[in-house]
Design a protein around this ligand. Sequence first.
Ligand code: ZN
Length: 175
Amino acid sequence: MTLRPILIHPDPRLKKLCDPVAAIDRDLRRLADDMLATMYEAPGIGLAAPQVGVLRRLFVMDCIKDHAAAPQPMVLINPEVTWVSEATRTYEEGCLSVPEQFADVTRPAEVRMRWTTLEGKVVEEQFDGLWATCAQHEFDHLNGKLFLDYLGPLKRQMITRKMEKLKRERARETF
Ligand code: ZN
């Protein structure tokens, strides 16, 4: 497994509509393994392919927060949202592509998704709680959407400027 560098906002690749995964082959399985390793290492609870620069429709997640509990890694390939609840939930979200920044986002409290597994099986499952928030956040990434897009323009600009500064500082450290 290889840890992959995570793109930091603003980056044009985080704004792109991703293409469907065409085949579940060795490269895709390697990508999914790398994404899970990168997510756990960060650490984070979700990571979408565009965040590592691959503009394909898949994401990984594991919302088990209790470190004593067994991990529950999930890989969702070509996910579709088949239902959302009317009830909403507000959660203070963050994003591995927007490090150290958090903001309240309101989304449907429950969501049902259909996707293809790494084994090539089509499954459908309903998520609630943190899993529902995370799945919708990651799904947004596949459509070039960040949680920042739910915020007002002032807050979004403030965070974007902080990220530009962070990227400049990181670029300097590299040299
Ligand atoms: Zn994110």
